[in-house]
Design a protein around this ligand. Structure first.
Ligand code: AMP
Length: 299
């Protein structure tokens, strides 16, 4: 494989219409099959303003597929009325050159009107998994996510789709939905990419003032304290949670939305921790809501 020097990789093709996307993918499939070999499509759904977390998904998709499609779409249906839809950071030119650097072939960048025709009234609801953790504070959020991901799967018909463990609940919901609806897509979940100080990368980190950013590592420190408690043999979910809360109390965020210890496969709260669990938290610095989690296998 030849690697283009930085800045010289050609930009991915940008497709804005659903018909254009379908036509482009169909042509690629036909051309691939004409070469007499299996042809696979990898999809990386994003809301853009790319960072190393997104790029890690693209990199993995590039290794595992013949064609890599990245969607860049700030999906209005997953934002609540008082949330940050309008001010969500956007920079398509920068995103395209970063995507080019990872060998992304095609960027799907539709408008909201292109994705949701007037009269749209069909929703995908993954019951049970969607109402807990982030779903409690963001009613309807995961319905918006599951619906747009279903639409992206229908449009791209990917063999594999790549999601980050950073959004652990979202990844689980998408995996469940793909299985329940027989979508035939392999959902690949990639590890959380962090800044050097432990803060999980997120497009929303751009909202933080320098002072808030300096305080943000406390979130991951708190989760690591919970992980340490589990690894030291603590099995009482309340005590594990308290280990995290104790660290948060040292330099409290402006608000703690939740700290929870849940089972990794159904997001239920066990009293006694067993198997694989996620310690997940959401906190606010000013108006900015940050989430993070650690996955711990309890022997
Ligand atoms: P977003 O643009 O925030 O919707 O994220 C698009 C995808 O990138 C989702 O699957 C996220 O879970 C994933 N992602 C975002 N941040 C990270 C990160 N720090 N590490 C790994 N994956 C991430």
């Amino acid at each position: 494989m030849t690697v283009a020097p930085e800045g010289t990789a050609s930009l991915p093709e940008v497709v804005e219409s659903k018909d254009g996307l379908r036509a482009r993918l169909e042509a690629a499939r036909v051309a691939g099959i004409a070469q007499g070999r299996p042809f696979s499509v990898g999809l990386v759904p994003t809301m853009g303003f790319l960072h190393e977390g997104h790029l890690s998904l693209a990199r993995r998709a590039r290794v595992e597929n013949d064609l890599v499609v990245m969607s860049i779409f700030v999906n209005p249906t997953q934002f609540g009325p008082a949330e940050d839809l309008d001010r969500y950071p956007r920079d398509l030119d920068r995103d395209l050159s970063l995507a080019a650097g990872e060998g992304v072939d095609l960027v799907f960048h539709p408008s909201a009107e292109e994705m949701y025709a007037p009269g749209h009234c069909t929703w995908v609801d993954v019951e049970g998994l969607s109402e807990v953790l982030c779903g409690r504070a963001r009613p309807g959020h995961f319905r918006g996510v599951a619906t747009v991901v279903t639409k992206l799967f229908a449009l791209c018909r990917p063999d594999r789709a790549y999601f980050g463990q950073k959004d652990a609940q979202q990844a689980l919901i998408v995996r469940r939905m793909a299985a329940d609806l027989d979508l035939g897509v392999e959902v690949v979940v990639c590890p959380i990419v962090r800044d050097a100080d432990g803060v999980a990368m997120s497009s929303r980190n751009a909202y933080l003032t320098p002072q808030q950013r300096a305080r943000a590592p406390i979130l991951n420190r708190a989760l690591r304290a919970a992980q340490h408690a589990l690894e030291s043999g603590e099995r009482d979910a309340g005590a594990v949670k308290d280990a995290a809360l104790k660290v948060l109390a040292e330099d409290p965020p402006d608000r703690v939305d939740y700290v929870e210890v849940v089972s990794a496969d159904d997001l239920r709260e066990p009293q006694v921790v067993r198997g694989e669990v996620v310690v997940a938290a959401a906190v606010f610095f000013g108006a900015t809501r940050l989430i993070d989690n650690v996955l711990v296998k309890v022997p």
